[in-house]
Design a protein around this ligand. Structure first.
Ligand code: ZN
Length: 59
């Protein structure tokens, strides 16, 4: 599991499925999971879409 340095998406492949970037970080702190972007306060606050996102990238 890696985190995209560009958009902070959690990536399981070699390339980010959200923005297409290959600039991925192995180290990141925290995981934000948005299940329902319409009804999520965190989603609106952080402007994140549905999916898994890194809270902070360490690399
Ligand atoms: Zn990305």
């Amino acid at each position: 599991m890696r985190a995209c340095k560009n958009c902070k998406a959690i990536v399981y492949e070699k390339k980010c499925h959200v923005c297409g970037s290959t600039n991925l970080a192995k180290k990141f702190s925290g995981l934000i999971i948005i299940l329902d972007e319409q009804n999520s306060i965190i989603s609106r606050k952080l402007n994140l879409k549905q999916g898994e996102w890194a809270a902070q990238i360490d690399e």
